[in-house]
Design a binder for this molecule. Structure first.
Ligand code: AMP
Ligand code: MG
Length: 486
């Protein structure tokens, strides 16, 4: 029997005190049904693979059976949303069920869509199936691309009507995260001038996530960790073509993991100005602005830690952000191009490649993937198919061949390495859309299963799935619009 009772919970966050959260129970959904349990996430928790009956798990998630040791609570936080400060947000529809010890560390189990909390304001506390499927897929997709992210444990649907632009149905998922403390958690207490609470929260994060280097000030180490991890995560988003969509400070994890998936998107055609969130009319969170927004958000975080760290140290630490981001990005992109060692000319080679892709409206993922077919021994390469009619291409190919001549690896070894760095399968909007259509209209979850299988091994060939899952987005999908509604 699959049950969460076998987990060993230590609920440290609840012991911080009432200021930080409110105890809330799960509000069950009507006629719930199980959609997915993720074996990879069970393993993270040290739980055996799914047993023959999942009824018990379904009832635990839906709140009709207790989870032994869990102490559900809604966390309070604030945040800068699209640049403006919101003084009190908090988990309006999510609950931290508890912190559970897995074989390799502790995981927060967070139930999203669990019903109203003291922070729901005028909203219903629910999450619809559409957005739950999107978050569920995204956490797995990113982490299997090697990008720090929350994970997905299980998902349930229901027949409960939930009103958005149209009537939809309510769903819930359990996500795993190494922490649910956000930049906005610190902002909440800082702006109330409750510096004692800022310190309590900082100590809580430091105890679990910061390896101390600076005996004088563990808080500097905390900020340094947040800056480094955020820079690395965002650099990796840029390298795989991921746009988060709503980079408000309440959606920024203090440890830099990708967090709170809403209207995110992966690039199809290469377009640095890509705005995935239909509601983001100014493009504040466009793809190319993410690195700058990361720094903006870290500034906001730093300000909320200013009772613990002096201004000169904050400035010094923040100045590390850009070099870390640039270096991580350069390193990722060099590997995507199949280059083992750094050379001066690599930056130019890359920027010309991106420039050509933009001009040819080339598919970002598939163009990089086809570098894995490029052979120095052959005169024709499938890569050129992405750049038909582009007069810069021949020159670029000549430069690339010259650059490869400085590499030690032979064609075969390089091609193999390129395919381990450039995914064949990404979570394209139209694929998520198809999985959502089948699930919502037919209660058919087979597309979710297939997509997860591909996204959990995105570098493998999976020949049988090439045509339906690895090709560039079809024309109809250009009109898909994804808003904040969830
Ligand atoms: P999000 O845009 O999902 O990051 O949400 C921003 C804030 O609004 C968070 O505090 C959420 O908990 C809250 N929120 C979003 N949707 C709902 C809802 N349907 N019911 C209650 N609170 C919500
Ligand atoms: Mg959020």
């Amino acid at each position: 029997m699959l049950t969460l009772d076998k987990l060993s919970f230590d609920n440290r966050f609840s012991s911080l005190g009432d200021k930080f959260s409110s105890r809330v129970s799960i509000s069950p959904l009507e006629s719930p049904y199980l959609i997915h349990v993720n074996p990879a996430a069970l393993e993270l928790l040290g739980l055996p693979p799914e047993g023959p009956s999942s009824e018990h798990l379904l009832q635990q998630i839906n709140g009709t059976l207790p989870i032994v040791g869990a102490a559900p609570l809604a966390m309070v936080y604030a945040g800068h949303q699209f640049g403006g400060y919101s003084a009190r947000l908090g988990d309006g529809r999510g609950l931290l069920l508890g912190e559970a010890q897995g074989p390799n560390g502790s995981w927060d189990l967070h139930l999203k869509g669990a019903g109203p909390t003291p922070y729901s304001r005028f909203a219903d506390g629910r999450a619809v199936l559409r957005s739950t499927i999107r978050e569920y897929l995204a956490g797995e997709a990113l982490s299997h691309l090697g990008i720090a992210s929350t994970r997905s444990l299980c998902m349930i649907g229901s027949n409960e009507a939930v009103m958005r632009e149209t009537v939809e149905t309510g769903a819930m998922m359990v996500r795993l995260a190494k922490t649910h403390v956000r930049f906005g958690s610190f902002e909440y207490f800082h702006y109330q001038q409750d510096y004692e609470a800022v310190k309590t929260l900082a100590d809580y994060v430091i105890e679990q996530h910061v390896s101390l280097r600076n005996a004088q000030s563990p808080y500097e180490d905390l900020l340094e960790m947040a800056i480094r991890n955020t820079a690395q995560t965002i650099a990796k988003w840029q390298s795989v073509g991921f746009a988060h969509g709503v980079l408000n400070t309440d959606n920024m994890s203090i440890i830099g993991d990708t967090f709170d998936f809403g209207p995110y998107g992966f690039l199809d055609e290469y377009d640095p100005e890509f705005i995935c969130n239909h509601s983001d009319s100014e493009g504040r969170y466009s793809f190319e602005r993410q690195p700058g927004i990361g720094l903006w958000n870290l500034n906001a975080l730093s300000h909320s830690l200013s009772s613990l760290i002096d201004e000169a140290s904050i400035r010094r630490l923040l100045s590390q952000y850009e070099p870390i981001l640039v270096e991580t990005y350069a390193d990722e992109m060099r590997q995507k191009l199949g280059l083992e060692r750094h050379r001066e000319e690599d930056q130019t080679l890359l920027s010309q490649f991106l420039h050509m892709m933009r001009k040819s409206k080339a598919d970002y993922t598939n163009t990089f993937r086809s570098l894995g077919e490029f052979s120095c021994k052959q005169n024709t390469n499938s890569l050129s198919l992405h750049f038909q009619g582009n007069e810069q291409y021949q020159d670029w190919e000549t430069q690339y061949r010259l650059r490869l001549s400085f590499e030690k690896r032979d064609d075969e070894a390089r091609q193999k390495a390129i395919k381990l760095k450039n995914p064949k399968f990404i979570l394209r909007s139209h694929l998520a859309h198809q999985a959502i259509e089948k699930a919502t209209k037919e209660k058919d979850f087979s597309e979710i299963d297939t997509l997860l299988m591909l996204l959990q091994s995105p570098f493998d060939e999976h020949e049988a799935h090439t045509e339906n899952y690895a090709h560039a987005a079809p024309a109809w999908s250009k009109h898909l619009s994804i808003s904040c509604s969830s």
